[in-house]
Design a protein around this ligand. Structure first.
Ligand SMILES: Nc1ncnc2c1ncn2[C@@H]1O[C@H](COP(=O)(O)OP(=O)(O)OP(=O)(O)O)[C@@H](O)[C@H]1O
Ligand SMILES: [Mg+2]
Length: 312
């Protein structure tokens, strides 16, 4: 099985960590220095009108630059290869984890459904916890799989007619318990009767799920969330506003980066990997839409996405 390669990968990563990452930039500095020295030397040699020396010196400089350039390209290729290996490893490991995780979920759900047949409260609570953790791990594994698909350019999206209003309502039903626990109020308003878009239903649901779960996670107890759905110039727009912790201004540029988590939330909200918005952006943009936000620390955030609307 390919997972064995992990050890090789770690070793390669360690080796490359000390050689590859540092060497190309060092070589670029050397190249720059050679060019400066060569130009200065050429200037002085040219003054004495000795073409043989001039040609010889130029050839030498070109040869040195050629050797260094080749070495830089070699190192960059090595880095690209390692990156590819890493992506493949994550993909294989995630696939391998999915099967046992599904089995754990099925088994616990089966046992939970048979509560009346002899399980006491304590056993029931333990099973519930196992089920919650297995679900969380499944989400992480699915996120990692989506990320590797995106990175390898293999994310395939269906093009179907999606009733986004129904999707939003479905997600709201699923996440309402989380909001209720924190006594957060959620309002959904819509403009228009039929609110459908073109895209991949399952993936659009994932985007809505992430935006709503973010709004809940990053809003204090008794906060307020407002969701809007409307059509605008051939697009269907979904917008979600919260009065939560917001994102520091100096980190706005990184919000859609892989593994980004803002400084202000890391200290008290530990759950989360920083993959949700990276995946969401890729899904929305690949579907022909756009995703954007405004946010102010300690005031709140508004996240929006648009998708091509279905014309009736
Ligand atoms: N509504 C929001 N309010 C405040 N900060 C937010 C909000 N939405 C996103 N963020 C910030 O952006 C970061 C990235 O969000 P993202 O959804 O990608 O990751 P996550 O929620 O940390 O983890 P997960 O991968 O489980 O979604 C968050 O960690 C948080 O710092
Ligand atoms: Mg998230």
């Amino acid at each position: 099985m390919k997972i064995v390669n992990d050890l090789d990968l770690k070793k390669q990563a360690k080796d490359l960590g000390t050689s590859v990452w540092k060497t190309p930039s060092f070589l670029f500095i050397v190249m720059g220095a050679i060019i400066i020295v060569a130009m200065t030397a050429t200037y002085y040699i040219a003054r004495y009108d000795q073409p043989e020396i001039l040609v010889g010196a130029e050839s030498l400089v070109v040869a040195i630059l050629f050797i260094i350039g080749n070495s830089v390209i070699g190192k960059v290729e090595e880095m690209a290869k390692l990156n590819k290996l890493k992506t493949e490893f994550v993909s294989v490991a995630s696939h391998q984890l999915r099967t046992p995780l599904s089995a754990i979920r099925w088994e616990t759900e089966l046992l939970l459904s048979k509560l009346n047949c002899g399980l006491n409260d304590k056993q029931c609570k333990s099973l519930n916890n196992i089920n919650i953790l297995a679900n969380r791990m499944t989400r992480l594994v699915n996120d990692l799989l989506d990320v590797t698909r995106i990175d390898q350019g293999r994310l395939v999206l269906k093009k179907e007619k999606v009733d986004v209003l129904e999707q939003v309502k479905g997600v709201l039903d699923n996440l309402a318990p989380l909001a209720n626990d924190k006594k957060i109020s959620i309002v959904l308003s819509k403009r228009g009767r039929v609110l459908t878009a073109t895209g991949d239903g399952e993936k659009i649901k994932l985007v809505i799920e992430n935006l709503l779960s973010n709004a809940i996670k990053y809003t204090h107890a008794r906060g307020k969330i407002e969701m809007k759905l409307y059509k605008s110039g051939g697009f269907l727009v979904f917008s979600i506003r919260d009065n939560g912790v917001g994102i520091p201004q100096n980190q706005h540029k990184q919000v859609f980066d892989k593994f980004f988590r803002s400084d202000n939330i890391v200290k008290y909200q530990t759950e989360g990997t920083g993959l949700g918005l990276y995946i969401s952006k890729n899904i929305i943009e690949q579907s022909g839409g756009r995703i954007w936000f405004q946010s102010r620390e300690n005031t709140g955030s508004v996240f929006n996405f648009s998708l091509p609307a279905v014309s009736h």
